[in-house]
Design a protein around this ligand. Sequence first.
Ligand SMILES: *Cc1c(COP(=O)(O)O)cnc(C)c1O
Length: 465
Amino acid sequence: MKQEYLRKIPAVNRLLQTTEIQNILTEYPHDLVVDLINQVLDKKRRDILEETTDPEKLDLSIEGLAREAKEAILAYMAPRLKKVINATGTVLHTNLGRAVLSEKAADALAQIARTYSNLEYDLKEGKRGSRYTLVTDLLCRLTGAEDALVVNNNAAAVLLVLSTLAKGKEVIISRGELVEIGGSFRMHEVMKISGCTLVEVGSTNKTHLYDYENAITSETGLLVKVHTSNYQIVGFSKSVENKELVELAHKYQIPVFEDLGSGVLINLEKYGIAHEPTVQEAVSHGVDLVSFSGDKLLGGPQAGIIVGKKEYIQRLKRNHLLRALRVDKFTLAALEVTLKHYLREEEAMNEIPTLRMLKLTADVIKKRVEKFAQRLKETLNEVEIRVVEGRSMVGGGSLPLEEIPTWLVGVKFNRISTTDAEIQLRQGEVPVICRIQDDELLFDLRTVFPDQEDEILEALLKVNR
Ligand SMILES: *Cc1c(COP(=O)(O)O)cnc(C)c1O
């Protein structure tokens, strides 16, 4: 019986001769097309052998199989990294690509991608230049630091600093600051890789200045402070301020390195967001090297930015590891523009999407959400729409406890279950990622660009069909 069905499956060659596949072959490589046809046919064979489907219901016609193969080929060639609409309200959504670049920064990146550039060419002198000096003065101006260096990401920055300043030496760090960051970056593991000996001091919830002082030996190479950006120790707790740590370390001629994680250049308190230590504060408190990410609250491209004392930055530049961690031209193009936005605070707050979204007040969002909900009500039948209060998140391992008041559109279909609707939205032409709570879809417009509202409406209409 099974054999009979198996015999019905045509040979690859017969499918290759169909008009459908012949058309596909004018655009896509022969080997790939053959591979994907084979995959479709193998799947049919398995379905028959494992009796997963009623064999009568399997379409084994040449036309049917050709159509299926065509779909498989088109799906294979469709973009894998693609635009999605973030309606979760989490501004720095790590799974959705963290910070979104400003229009100008994105344009600069696209421009540089298309042409030769002066990446490592000094146009004034007509000789070899350095990629590392392109944004140095901007970083120094914005942070007050003497010198700066940009690498691939903040994890790379931490690795470079530790391996340059403390290889083969002891590094003192508070037990409360031995962080783990998403993507399995653990401070104590990075120390190991860097060839440092970790010296943990204090307890999980409390570390005092004398804990550091008692741990200092002739082997101490560095004191490290990590901003616990993705968690907080609250209650009976104590940590040492970077200012006090600097005073202590310098008494013993030991440098201090602070990993700020996010690292912001603007005091966000002014905009109703919880205080996140600024890079300027760390620099002015005398921290010798400060590192932070380019694509967290800074709102730029993925990068690890290190600022601080000239003598230490120069030592980082001489470490051969730098070559393996180096920043690329696309990052530099986007970072330059992002940093220039910061020369005027108002411009940064308006042009950089991360900051623009974070500063939106609940009132402003409510007006937008009410308008959008009204449109949905007028367009969608058999769907329950309501406007509800909620909370947006900063995300990206930044300000974990900060909940920003927002308003949401709640959507519930009569024709389809909430879980199925979520799947369809997620797997649609332009994926829409939203939240589900109590059997209702929730859309937070904080992270939705105004021109994406039409696309959400479109996607909802499709689900409701
Ligand atoms: C996010 C973070 C890092 C890693 O930064 P990436 O730019 O993602 O490599 C390191 N340290 C802290 C404290 C962080 O919050």
